[in-house]
Design a protein around this ligand. Structure first.
Ligand code: GFB
Length: 397
């Protein structure tokens, strides 16, 4: 299926000349597409959706900042979502970003393009990356006691990834590079190959943000608006079950209850089911006008039933978003997770899971919506032992 989708996209464009409508620039070279150079990246396969969103921001900010400084011939290719470890149901072929995000809004911040846009402008059915840098960590990040910013080309090596599920993408040259430090250092690697038009980085999670939590961080974050259909589904649910039609709802409390690998391997950081129910009830006691709870979770059905019972028994109305088969078919696990995040974001009060990037993204959304920070940076504590407060990452406008 994968290959035929791409081939169909590529075959649509049969003209000899390729023109960019915005820049009005044309070219005959089927490989250069419309005169722009492209950066591609992928991420360590086990990483989840919400860490990947942060990796996207690092690259998008890198390109946006470069553009401000006049380096405007580069575009970032949005890496299709393929075979995510946590996405167990639904489609398996690579998904474009417009399934989940508002591409127009992403483009308003940074020069980004979807992979299918690249294919539609490439005459050949094959895409060839000029230089592929396989990033890897230094064995000891604190060599001599300091964390230096550095990189070192180790030499030729072999790409072991999947090119986002496409089997008609290849690379001319593959280099292994040890890398540590800020993402803008990647320009130094790019500068080594001034004639390369398509550059790819693997392990995009290794380079760090140049600055975290600054205005450019938040400008980029604000541009990551969700796909309008997903917002619509979430808002209809909120209106119907949680009885709210405003942006900041006063009718419900929300919880991101991360289970699965967190419950298995972080037992000392996350509460038991009974402990979770107890903490939710305690928070609700302080909100006397609220008796509705919305729970976003990756828990199993039997865990969900237990938690629901221990809240219902105390007279609280407990809600979970249970997608219809058509929503599962159309948007898959990624879309359902986003719907859960949107519903959680609009609640009067939110409680998240410690160190979950899924929770962080909800907290950011609430900052953008203008909630009081005391209603946002709350976490579930373990049943026993210390419970550090959540770090407050406040918006910078
Ligand atoms: O998004 P994510 O990176 O968050 O990965 P963490 C968790 C994935 O699990 C999500 C599903 O992308 C969803 O597919 N998931 C988690 C949920 N919570 C919910 C929920 O409330 N509703 C729905 N619908 N789905 C990281 C992982 O997870 O934790 C790493 O990315 C690693 O691989 C690390 O396991 C420990 O930051 O929570």
């Amino acid at each position: 299926i994968v290959t035929s989708l791409v081939l169909a996209a590529a075959e649509e464009d049969t003209s000899a000349q390729y023109c960019d409508k915005t820049t009005k620039s044309c070219g005959n070279d089927e490989e250069t597409t419309y005169g722009k150079k492209h950066i591609f990246y992928d991420v360590n396969p086990p990483e989840g959706f919400n860490l990947r969103r942060d990796v996207y921001m690092r690259f998008a900010i890198m390109l946006a900042e470069a553009q401000k400084q006049g380096k405007d011939n580069w575009e970032l290719v949005l890496p299709p979502w393929y075979n995510l470890y946590h996405w167990r149901s639904g489609r398996r072929e690579p998904q474009p970003w417009n399934k989940y995000f508002d591409i127009k809004s992403l483009k308003s911040y940074s020069p980004v393009v979807e992979m299918h846009e690249i294919f539609s402008k490439t005459k050949k059915k094959q895409l060839e990356i000029d230089v592929l840098f396989m990033l890897e960590n230094y064995e000891d990040p604190f060599e001599n006691g300091v964390f230096d910013e550095k990189w070192e080309i180790k030499g030729d090596c072999e790409y072991d990834g999947l090119y986002w599920g496409y089997n008609n993408i290849t690379a001319k040259e593959v280099l292994c590079v040890k890398f540590q430090g800020k993402i803008s250092q990647l320009w130094e690697l790019i500068a080594l190959h001034p004639h390369a038009k398509k550059i790819m980085f693997t392990h995009g999670e290794i380079p760090l943000h140049d600055t975290y939590g600054t205005k450019s961080y938040w400008d980029c974050r604000k541009s990551m608006k969700f796909n309008k259909n997903l917002i619509h589904i979430a808002k209809e649910y909120i209106a119907e079950y949680l009885k709210c039609k405003t942006e900041q709802c006063a009718t419900y409390l929300s919880v991101h209850w991360r289970r699965q690998d967190f419950a298995r391997s972080r037992g000392n950081q996350v509460p038991s089911i009974a402990g979770t129910a107890k903490q939710i009830r305690k928070a609700l006691k302080k909100l006397p006008n609220i008796n509705k709870v919305f729970i976003a979770t990756d828990a199993s059905m039997s865990e969900i039933n237990k938690l629901e019972k221990s809240l219902n028994d105390y007279g609280y109305e407990t809600h979970f978003f249970l997608p219809s088969p058509s929503i599962i078919e159309e948007y898959g696990d990624g879309g359902i997770a986003i719907i859960d995040q949107i519903i959680s974001s609009h609640a009067a009060y939110f409680i998240g899971t410690h160190e979950s990037t899924f929770t962080y993204r909800i907290q950011e959304e609430r900052e953008i919506l203008g909630f009081e920070s005391s209603t946002t940076f709350n976490r579930l504590c373990p049943d026993t032992g210390r419970c550090e407060k959540s770090t407050k990452w406040l918006i910078v406008n």
